[in-house]
Design a protein around this ligand. Structure first.
Ligand SMILES: Nc1ncnc2c1ncn2[C@@H]1O[C@H](COP(=O)(O)OP(=O)(O)O)[C@@H](O)[C@H]1O
Ligand SMILES: N[C@@H](CCC(=O)OP(=O)(O)O)C(=O)O
Length: 384
């Protein structure tokens, strides 16, 4: 663990907590493990407790967007299934049955507080493809304007193996960015991030994290609950996505939701480190899987990382993997270190004949389309 992170162990009351407490618009994500009984069905008491805490925040004039997992877990019992199914088709079927039950419970409990909820089911494309995320933003903004509390989940029934978040932690971070939230609160079944799995003797709470990139020494390897998916790994990834986009993030257990939203000394507070950037680039950096890599010479590494230039064929010394134009690829230096990720303009098969050559030469020899850049700077995100 870094100095910055370890300095926060056991302390609390950070400026990040104050930011969460005063956030006008807050995205709250709750995991399956916080909504279900040990047997796996939805636990009405836990749902009710969460709703009551969120309703108080909403009724105090703050906007809340709830990202709720639990559709698959809620669908298990009605289908006579024990434990989370492994195959995608059964997960999709369980989600189809469970999502309705989940929203029904939320709807009924929020109605007691006079709050109307709206269901929003998103796919990866909705928060990554520009035309679609504009649409998703418009819908969310309108719901909030109308005083509705949006309840978001991944559209599990249509999500495919290749294009799917699979866990709602990263989805929540992207939603926080999408709706221009002032804070992100991740609710799980553990009170905080600990220096090792909470069952490990001597594991201590980490109260404040100055930079989510600096948690190298923290052991997050042990899997989470039987119904949850990503464990701590995806929660830290979510914190990294949100904080790097300027959104302070707080992680705690669902039972501490009210305290967390009031700025209490609970959980782990991750300070915002970066500035807002286009949603598409967030996806590129944190959610996409690179389909191959391009090896850059030292000049191209400098051009891309320091001058924020587009990648030209002249700076490429090697092509690895099999990819098509438009897919994400890693840009690596000669030692194999990833320095950036971008959407490549050419198929892998077209590149070997182009690399190392100046674009002017390529244009005159092969035609105008070969004079284009290999990765445009607008479709490129620096990762170091
Ligand atoms: N260092 C750690 N600190 C806290 N929890 C950890 C740590 N390492 C692993 N975990 C596990 O992560 C789990 C939370 O992830 P998960 O089960 O996916 O929850 P959710 O359903 O809320 O998304 C915890 O229950 C805990 O078992
Ligand atoms: N969309 C899925 C969420 C996947 C999941 O289990 O996420 P989580 O409990 O947040 O680790 C569902 O509703 O079941």
């Amino acid at each position: 663990m870094s100095e910055a992170a370890s300095a926060g162990v056991g302390s609390g009351g950070s400026p990040t907590r104050a930011q969460v407490a005063t956030a006008r618009r807050v995205v709250v994500k709750v995991g399956s493990s916080s909504l279900t009984t040990p047997q796996g069905g939805l636990d009405p008491q836990r749902v009710a407790a969460l709703v009551d805490a969120l309703a108080a925040v909403r009724l105090a004039g703050r906007e809340v967007v709830l990202v709720s997992s639990g559709a698959i877990a809620a669908g298990l019992a009605p289908l006579g299934l024990r434990g989370r199914p492994r195959d995608l088709a059964t997960q999709q079927a369980a989600a189809s049955v469970g999502q309705g039950l989940l929203v029904e419970q939320y709807m009924q409990r929020f109605a007691r507080h006079g709050i109307t909820v709206g269901q929003v089911l998103l796919t990866v494309e909705d928060v990554t493809v520009q035309s679609k995320y504009r649409n998703a933003y418009r819908t969310a903004a309108k719901l909030l304007e109308l005083g509705v509390l949006p309840i978001v989940n991944e559209n599990d029934t249509v999500a495919t193996k290749e294009i799917r978040f699979g866990d709602n932690d990263r989805l929540a971070a992207l939603v926080a960015h999408l709706v221009h939230a002032d804070a992100l609160v991740l609710l799980s079944d553990v009170p905080a991030l600990f220096t090792a799995h909470p069952d490990t003797p001597g594991a201590r709470r980490i109260a404040d994290v100055a930079d989510a990139d600096e948690l190298l020494g923290v052991d997050i390897s042990r899997r989470g609950s039987a119904v949850g998916t990503g464990g701590m790994v995806t929660k830290l990834e979510a914190a990294r996505i949100a904080t790097s986009a300027g959104i302070p993030t707080l992680l705690t257990d669902a039972g501490s939701a009210a305290q967390a939203l009031a700025g209490g000394d609970v959980g782990t507070a991750f300070a915002a480190t970066g500035k807002r950037r286009p949603t598409r680039l967030l996806w590129l950096a944190h959610v996409s899987d690179a389909q191959g890599s391009l090896v850059l010479d030292a000049g191209a590494v400098r051009a891309v990382t320091e001058r924020k230039a587009s990648l030209l064929p002249a700076g490429i010394t090697g092509v690895r993997g099999s990819f098509s134009a438009g897919e994400p690829v890693d840009l690596v230096d000669v030692d194999g270190r990833v320095v950036a990720r971008g959407l490549v303009s050419y198929d892998a098969a077209d590149l070997p004949g182009m690399i190392g050559q100046r674009t002017g030469t390529l244009g005159s020899e092969l035609g105008a389309e070969y004079a284009r850049v290999v990765v445009h700077r607008d479709a490129l995100v620096v990762l170091r």
